[in-house]
Design a protein around this ligand. Structure first.
Ligand SMILES: [Zn+2]
Ligand SMILES: [Zn+2]
Ligand SMILES: [Zn+2]
Length: 879
């Protein structure tokens, strides 16, 4: 303002003009003052409006998440009576309350959004054994295909065109610049520009939708994530039960809490009742209580006292847990029926109906009981090698809601690039591993306001559909604070896993110090196991039976870790993403859920950034996916492994992953290692540990997935040598693609020169490869009847005379034409490719290897002689 006046005054010289100018300046200044004032007011108003918006967004987030979490088992959301997709669409378009939008339904509004990316790539899905088209001139690698439609609309005149049989789940790559040269695209699919992928997508949403979309989408994905965490923790809990009961003789099970024994008549009830140790003592000195022993009379009294103030005393057993039996293709139906009859005391007919449910939908809850009652049954079933998971029964219902949610996520992803980008982001987002349901809200709300009052206060104008949905979720009469507090209380009740938890609502948590005498602060990431361990530590059985304490110690030492004070808060172990869990637990999900999940993943795989995240999720989970696969879990017709072709064959994705991983985790450097560790698991599990021979009856091999996984025989003296892996091996290693095609590209990103102590690391990387090769070779050599090492000249019929030099070369007496030559040729190729990469590649590392240090670098010096023979022998047989 000052500057303005001065400036004006300077340019004018005449007094009149000065006066005039001054007046004008004053006017301007006043206007500016007013402007500034209104600017300030505006800024303040905007700030306020923004804050109200945020508060409203929080309310929507809470309403949606609590509705989903506490909702029913069908597709409709709790209280609203409407389907998940109707509710979510309405909330998504809540702010579209002006202009034409007001008259349109949410689906009509969403239909107006742009969806460019989808149109630029074909992505048509093949079923098994369809014909796909390839062109050697246009494709970027041998796995790239187009569908018939795209092929007829593209120009490959004079090109080298051929056909391929498709595997289920693969898709048409037309329009994908990472698969085809642009010249090979059809006229309909123009390809995604680099600028159109990823982050730029989110700017394309209209403002009103852009305000709600991230909130609604993230709320839905967070809920999906929480449900999937339950899968993870449920399987882990079952494993913990198995471990716990290993050393406990049946007569000590189930675990008895004090009250059952004190009350006498309660022993046979199918639950546990509150523990009687007063809270102050229990959290302070468990060891003291142990040595003092139980005080029966005292316990009888405390029960009365404790129950009195407790609102929830009608349900004294804590949250009921469901024991779930999962489908596998290892056991026959009759075997499972028999197991159920013996282990659970089922009648033949109820066992049969449970098993048929497992067969049809993928799993079935075979028993419901309190946390302390589960271990004996679960241990019993698990030792019969059945696949079991254990989780609260309310969680089972949430599981039923997954397909509808995944379907909605897919529908908005296809509706618009902007929404698709948000879904992709939410799926890939790293989230905490805490299984906690929804985050609270009540404390931030003002008391005594109904929903309408809240909306009025916040100056919210909503689309009528959104208002209806909110009314259905929150209710019109109740004030929002009470409603939120009720929702939170309902959730808290669901997370009260132990009986004693309920008997004192303000329970001082049993500090972990009681678990370990040293006083270390320990924790368990799995809240189910943590609560179970607490319950056991307070039980009568724990104090009286050495075996129970042994089982307890085993569980604690396996699942509890010493908590480091605030160290490494966000490492890979403490966070994960919805995408990773969808990939990892794919084989445990029900049929309908799997179908929806795959459709959603396929939709997003069009985006190269998502592909790269999925590659990471896939490889991080590969070991655990393989072990579940070996347990027979999963639906073999639609497998997550079929997705591998979408990213494992994209060289630049594999390379950047490898480079990133090698830099981040020098001890666990790459894809190669993940794959081979998993392969080793396959071999190991199929070999009888005592006799060191292939056990054909082992579940891993007798599974239909492994049928035909035979050693390959050379095709005869005048025919081609064994060349490619057979299809049966392809499916055995469940990569979804031919192993040899992966191996060629896996090495490219691996540069040992980047690693500290590169020599040692190379040996580390090679160990699993060598183990896998020797593992497979050992099986074959066990079958060779005349297994003996002979001097080479004796085998070579032409050479009668014995030269002293050749006598030292020993080999097996083995006819390559008559016997299987190798269990897995691509594996040998892989080793060869690896050696070549290390020694000849551009990194220059090869030059650094002293010629006499070769064996050392690859770790071959640590192999016994027999191992070296086998390593060299097998590739030679295939030549
Ligand atoms: Zn196509
Ligand atoms: Zn096309
Ligand atoms: Zn072509």
């Amino acid at each position: 303002m000052v500057a303005l006046r001065g400036k004006k005054a300077k340019v004018t010289t005449k007094p009149k003009a000065v006066e005039k100018a001054a007046k004008a300046a004053a006017k301007v200044a006043a206007a500016a003052d007013k402007d500034a004032l209104s600017h300030g007011r505006l800024a303040q108003q905007q700030k306020l409006a923004r804050r109200r918006e945020e508060e409203f967004q929080e309310l929507v987030r809470f309403a949606l998440q609590s509705g989903l979490a506490l909702g029913g088992s069908d597709d409709s959301l709790a209280g609203s009576g409407q389907s998940v997709s109707v509710v979510c669409n309405a909330l998504l378009t809540a702010f579209c309350a002006t202009g034409k939008d007001r008259q349109l339904s949410p689906t009509e509004i969403l239909a107006k959004l742009t969806r460019m990316a989808r149109k630029r790539v074909c992505g048509a899905i093949f079923s098994a054994d369809e014909i796909a088209y390839s062109c050697r001139n246009c494709q970027l690698d041998a796995t790239c295909v187009t569908c018939k439609d795209c092929f007829t609309h593209s120009d490959h005149a004079g090109h080298d065109v051929y056909f391929q049989r498709t595997t289920a789940g693969s898709s048409c790559d037309c329009g994908d610049l990472h698969a085809w040269k642009r010249s090979g695209f059809c006229s309909k699919h123009l390809g995604v520009e680099a600028s159109q992928t990823g982050a730029s997508k989110k700017h394309k949403l209209p403002k009103q939708i852009g305000l709600m979309a991230p909130v609604v989408i993230d709320a839905v994905v967070e809920h999906v994530y929480q449900v999937l965490l339950g899968v993870e923790y449920g399987f882990e809990l079952a494993d913990a039960f198995e471990l716990f009961t290993q050393s406990i003789p049946p007569q000590f099970l189930p675990i008895h809490s004090d009250l059952e024994l004190a009350g006498g008549q309660d022993v046979n009830r199918n639950d546990t009742t509150s523990s009687s140790v007063p809270s102050t003592t229990r959290s302070e000195n468990q060891l003291m209580i142990r040595s003092a022993g139980p005080g029966g009379r005292l316990e009888g009294q405390t029960r009365e006292v404790k129950r009195e103030p407790n609102e929830l005393s009608d349900d004294s057993s804590g949250v009921p847990f469901g024991i779930r039996l999962h489908n596998d293709d290892v056991h026959s139906l009759n075997e499972v029926i028999n197991h159920l009859c013996v282990a659970l005391d089922f009648s033949k007919s109820s066992a049969r109906s449970a098993v048929s449910q497992v067969d049809q939908q993928g799993d079935s809850m075979v028993s419901t009981r309190s946390l302390l009652r589960c271990p004996s049954v679960v241990g019993n079933l698990a030792r019969r090698s059945l696949n079991i998971s254990v989780a609260p029964t309310w969680w089972e219902k949430q599981m039923d809601g997954l397909p509808a949610l995944l379907e909605w996520l897919q529908s908005v992803s296809t509706a618009s690039d902007g929404l698709g980008g948000l879904v992709s982001e939410a799926l890939r987002k790293q989230r905490s591993r805490a299984f906690k349901g929804f985050d609270p809200l009540a404390t931030t709300l003002t008391k005594g306001k109904t929903l309408w009052e809240f909306m009025k206060e916040h100056n919210m104008r909503l689309h009528s559909h959104a208002a209806d949905v909110l009314v259905a979720l929150v209710g019109e009469e109740k004030d929002v604070f009470t409603w939120a507090a009720d929702q939170e209380a309902a959730q808290k009740k669901r997370f009260s896993f132990r009986a004693d938890d309920l008997s004192q609502s303000s329970s001082a948590p049993v500090t972990a110090t009681t678990f370990l005498a040293e006083g270390n602060r320990v924790g368990c990431h799995n809240v189910f196991i943590e609560e179970f361990v607490k319950a056991v530590s307070l039980s009568h059985s724990y104090r009286h039976h050495e075996n129970v304490r042994k089982g307890f110690d085993a569980v604690v030492s396996k699942y509890f870790t010493v908590e480091q004070a605030a160290a490494a808060p966000a490492d890979a172990a403490s966070t994960t993403s919805a995408l990773t869990l969808l990939v990892r637990y794919d084989c445990t999900l029900r049929k309908r859920t799997v179908e929806q999940s795959h459709a959603l993943l396929r939709e997003h795989l069009l985006d190269i950034q998502f592909r790269s995240s999925m590659l990471e999720a896939y490889l991080r989970s590969y070991a655990s996916m393989t072990s579940m696969f070996l347990r027979g879990l999963g639906n073999s017709s639609e497998s997550i492994f079929d997705f591998a072709v979408q990213f494992l064959t994209v060289p630049h994705l594999v390379q950047s992953y490898t480079t990133k991983e090698a830099a981040k985790n020098p001890e666990r450097p790459q894809l190669v290692r993940e794959l081979l560790c998993a392969l080793k698991t396959v071999f190991k599990s199929a070999v009888d540990p005592k006799e060191r021979v292939l056990n054909a009856d082992h579940p891993a091999l007798s599974s239909q997935k492994y049928k035909g996984g035979d050693p390959q025989v050379r095709r005869g003296i005048h025919q081609n040598h064994v060349e490619y892996e057979s299809d049966s091996w392809l499916s055995m290693f469940n990569l979804g693609i031919r192993v040899h095609s992966v191996f060629a590209i896996t090495w490219n990103g691996f540069n040992p020169a980047q690693l500290d102590a590169a020599e040692m690391k190379v040996a580390d990387v090679f160990r699993p490869i060598i183990d896998a090769i020797i593992g497979s070779s050992a099986l074959l050599n066990d079958k060779v009847k005349t297994k003996m090492l002979m001097p080479l000249p004796k085998l070579a019929t032409a050479s009668k005379r014995s030269t002293s030099r050749l006598d030292k070369l020993m080999t097996y007496d083995f006819t390559v034409a008559s016997q299987p030559t190798s269990l897995h040729i691509p594996l040998h190729r892989f080793l060869t490719a690896a050696v070549r990469h290390i020694c000849v590649n551009q990194s220059g590392f090869g030059d650094a290897i002293a010629s006499n240090g070769f064996l050392n670098v690859f770790g071959l010096d640590k192999l016994p002689g027999e191992g070296c023979w086998m390593l060299m022998e097998m590739p030679l047989r295939c030549l």
